[in-house]
Design a protein around this ligand. Sequence first.
Ligand SMILES: NC(=O)c1ccc[n+]([C@@H]2O[C@H](COP(=O)([O-])OP(=O)(O)OC[C@H]3O[C@@H](n4cnc5c(N)ncnc54)[C@H](OP(=O)(O)O)[C@@H]3O)[C@@H](O)[C@H]2O)c1
Length: 231
Amino acid sequence: MRLLIVGDGKMGRAVASLAAGRGHESTIVGREENAEGHGLTAERTRGHDVAIEFTRPDAAPANIERLIAAGIPVVTGTTGWDAELPRITALVEARKGALLHAANFSLGVQLFLRAARALGAEFAGREGFDGFILEEHHAAKRDAPSGTARVLRQRMREADPARQYPITSVRAGAIPGTHTVSLDGLYETVTLQHTARSRDGFAAGALAAAEWLPGRTGVFTFEAMLFGDRR
Ligand SMILES: NC(=O)c1ccc[n+]([C@@H]2O[C@H](COP(=O)([O-])OP(=O)(O)OC[C@H]3O[C@@H](n4cnc5c(N)ncnc54)[C@H](OP(=O)(O)O)[C@@H]3O)[C@@H](O)[C@H]2O)c1
């Protein structure tokens, strides 16, 4: 496949490196050549099978809009632009385009979210336990709380609407990403944790999504791709 990678940062480079190992060709578009998404013309996207977007929350919506207008399927892992999702969804549907978005492209995290939801459901109706979420990331991460922590809270609240799950964010050093959900009672704590050891896990998931998306139309999540449900 020929990939158009938008964003020359940690994730864009991780995806390009993994893609090369799988026999894909990549072109990377950095910020200098793409102010306000204007670098993503039909001419620029021509000859590419799919775009993979990892930029910044303030840049992602314009990039996705441009890529969809150019008629190329888009996989995006940029977090922190959820408020724009309804508008982008309408646009993708009107154009009969294809978009797959995920706050977290790690397979382990997607399984962790399911396990956390089941844990939350087991605690539903049991008093005496406080729920809380801790998310830890490297110092350069711009959005807080992380997109994954917000999805985790949503899953816990779906399973047990009566319990609050406040989120604490830590930004320090080079941590690729750790998410912990705990329930603490008078005598005990139950904890479920996911720790990413490297960015390659996210890159592998984004690449799998990029291999899956072409030929489909609509807006998908990584979860829908993995488990077949549309959430
Ligand atoms: N879904 C997942 O699994 C997952 C995993 C890891 C990270 N993320 C998210 O993915 C995003 C990127 O993460 P990262 O670690 O790669 O960040 P990063 O290292 O800061 O890289 C982002 C890159 O995008 C560039 N950029 C900004 N605006 C652009 C534009 N309009 N066109 C092209 N490039 C542009 C930035 O350039 P400048 O530095 O010059 O602004 C930077 O090089 C973040 O939102 C992060 O939270 C998601």
